[in-house]
Write a protein that binds this ligand. Structure first.
Ligand SMILES: Nc1ncnc2c1ncn2[C@@H]1O[C@H](COP(=O)(O)OP(=O)(O)OP(=O)(O)O)[C@@H](O)[C@H]1O
Ligand SMILES: [Mg+2]
Length: 620
């Protein structure tokens, strides 16, 4: 373009020159047109030979990074407007109704209901099929934040309060359940709880209910083994024991699942009991325990049965070896042999397959100070992903393999779950089934420690990254690199003194990180950085949970429950009935903790409240 303009200018100059020559020297003999062509051609040739062949990218020589503005987030977000119809639950609305221009000002903390909340001013639409495919982003979010940076309060909680999806929530302190369960129930959610902190308050979860084929057995065994192996660096020797144990688990689970007729025995308790009953005599290789006889009976009818084949392989070991394997299995399964755990494992109330059918909130309460039982949560997640993918592909095949209700997994303290088998592959496949994951960690190093080389796949499958503060070096380096460099002008002064002293100024351009690692580490407590794939990063305020339209209503519900637990639990309770606790799935200690949290100083670490007015109900 620049060259064309230059040519036109040169043509014009030489044209004028020729006219001047014509009139001055009256060169009428030469036709004006021929003269113009000759002069023009000479001008073009002159330009070609003298033109500057250097390539300039003025102003962005060393980098083009900049902070995002409202125009940048506009195509990816459903904007809040006071005209938004109340009580809309239509999250799949087409963006065709969207205004064509971004609003002049974005009111902080006013995020439309159909978004994922990321900051006070940025969100991401839940619409899976935006009008322009180039504006499609997956809903996976990676949240980094040191302890107390607000991962739960400024990200987890407000996102559940949006109530546009089903939620499966890891709740490391039980705080999310305490704050949100009543609200969710009131809005028609089917609320379920797996309490791995206080088993006697938990609903039942039976992993055997989700085993339908041999492959499923392997997945369950892998989770149990991965999560209960202290030292993951297995030596060749360690590997032998792990593999031998695996054979026994697979044989026994296969036997229980496919050959025990009584379905009430299809559970972990039966597996524990079978391992306890196993007997091997070192000096008598011909000895047959009851379990050996049971397998022989099955082998007669089905010689090629999966369980029988695994058991045969296991039995190849010498008596002493088999004894050691049985002992290690017993040790590993001892976590299931506690009365309260046995009760939880007895029968299933999780109904994982229905989470995408109707609005459901499944809270998995874990103990953040003791991770012993976290592998049960890992097992549940692994099974849930498989069950839901399968459900989408079978029951909802006519819906493009998409679940009717989007399922959002809020994986708070993701690293404490241990390794979810194949998670790096799952995270890329769940999107198309209407499932998404919010991975909440303190630092990048935590993911690296568990997922090693697969870490990059996990990171790149999260189109959104939210940094809430922290000083982990690896995280800061990663973010600085992703945020990028901008080009800045610098000025150098030099001065020489003496008789013939001089002073000079030199201007030059250089690249500088938009935010250096130390600046990120010093990030203001109320601010956060949001990175969306393909868009400049946003430096914004953290979302203020108290400005969410349902917050006052939620507070009211919780206050009633704490002040008057009996009435809240059952307003129509007859006098002779024993009183029910409002939070019957939590202990009195947890409820006391909830009360303390509610009365805590609300100004601690609160993001700057730009818009303090809460107009309740507007976005609902
Ligand atoms: N009910 C509340 N009222 C006022 N402030 C609160 C309340 N609950 C938490 N906070 C404050 O909000 C900030 C963020 O807390 P939050 O629990 O969300 O952090 P976090 O990143 O999830 O921490 P952790 O890693 O320990 O789980 C903290 O400074 C906390 O003191
Ligand atoms: Mg937290």
């Amino acid at each position: 373009m620049r060259e064309i303009i230059m040519n036109i200018v040169i043509f014009a100059v030489f044209g004028l020159l020729s006219v001047y020559l014509n009139t001055t020297f009256n060169l009428m003999a030469i036709d004006n047109v021929i003269l113009a062509v000759i002069v023009g051609t000479t001008a073009v040739l002159l330009y070609i030979f003298t033109k500057d062949k250097r390539k300039y990218r003025k102003g962005i020589e060393h980098g083009s990074a900049r902070w995002g503005a409202r125009e940048d987030i506009f195509p990816f977000m459903d904007f809040y407007s006071p005209q938004t119809p109340k009580n809309t639950s239509n999250t799949k609305s087409s963006l065709s109704t969207k205004p064509t221009k971004p609003p002049k000002v974005i009111i902080p903390n006013k995020i439309a209901k159909s978004n994922i909340i990321l900051t006070a001013t940025e969100g991401l639409t839940m619409t899976s099929r935006p009008k322009l495919p180039k504006h499609g982003r997956n809903k996976n979010v990676l949240v980094f934040g040191g302890s107390g940076s607000g991962k739960t309060r400024f990200f987890g909680m407000p996102n559940i309060m949006q109530m546009h999806s089903s939620y499966v929530i890891t709740d490391p302190k039980g705080e999310l359940y305490l704050f949100l369960s009543k609200l969710l129930k009131r809005f028609g959610y089917d609320v379920r709880v797996l309490n791995l902190k206080e088993f006697d308050k938990s609903m039942g979860y039976n992993p055997f209910d989700y085993i339908n084929k041999e492959d499923d057995i392997l997945k369950v065994v892998n989770v149990i083994q991965n999560s209960t192996t202290e030292n993951t660096k297995s030596s060749a020797d360690g590997d032998f024991w792990t593999k031998s144990e695996k054979l026994l688990y697979m044989a026994l689970i296969g036997y229980i699942k496919f050959h025990v007729k009584d379905k009430t025995l299809h559970n972990m308790n039966t597996l524990v009991d079978m391992v306890t009953k196993m007997e091997v005599r070192e000096n008598d290789e011909t000895f047959k325990s009851q379990i050996d006889k049971d397998f022989e009976r099955i082998a007669e009818m089905h010689p090629n049965d999966f369980a029988v084949r695994q058991y045969r392989k296991f039995k190849q070991g010498a008596g002493k070896t088999l004894k050691s394997i049985i002992i290690s299995c017993g040790v590993r399964l001892s976590v299931f042999d506690i009365a309260a755990v046995r009760r939880v494992m007895e029968q299933d109330q999780m109904k994982l397959e229905t989470i995408g059918d109707r609005k459901t909130a499944l809270f998995i309460i874990t103990d953040d100070s003791d991770t012993t039982y976290n592998f049960i949560a890992a097992m549940l997640y692994t099974q849930m992903f498989n069950v839901l993918i399968n459900r989408a592909e079978t029951k909802y095949a006519s819906n493009g393999n998409r679940l009717p209700i989007h399922v959002r997994c809020i994986l708070d303290e993701f690293a404490n779950l241990g390794k979810l088998p194949n998670f790096q592959r799952l995270i890329s496949t769940i999107r198309s089934r209407e499932i998404s994951a919010c991975i909440i960690v303190q630092s990048l190093s935590q993911i690296k420690e568990i997922y090693k080389d697969s870490m990059n796949t996990i990171i790149s499958n999260c189109d959104s990254k939210l940094f809430l503060g922290g000083d982990d070096e690896e995280t800061l380096k990663y973010l600085t690199r992703v945020i990028g460099k901008e080009t800045i002008d610098t000025m150098d002064n030099s001065e020489t003194k003496g008789k013939s002293g001089s002073f000079s100024k030199q201007y030059k351009k250089q690249g500088r990180e938009l935010m250096t690692t130390d600046e990120l580490a010093r990030l203001d407590g109320g601010k956060c950085v949001y990175i969306l794939r393909g868009v400049p990063p946003f430096l914004s305020e953290k979302y203020d949970i108290e400005a969410h339209p349902v917050y006052p209503f939620m507070q009211k519900l919780n206050k009633i429950a704490i002040q008057n637990p009996m009435q809240q639990a059952n307003p129509n309770r007859r006098p002779h009935q024993p009183p029910q606790h409002p939070n019957k799935l939590l202990s009195s200690q947890s409820i006391k903790q909830s009360h303390n949290l509610n009365t805590r100083n609300k100004n601690i670490h609160n993001p700057t409240r730009v818009n303090k007015k809460i107009k309740g109900g507007n976005q609902l």
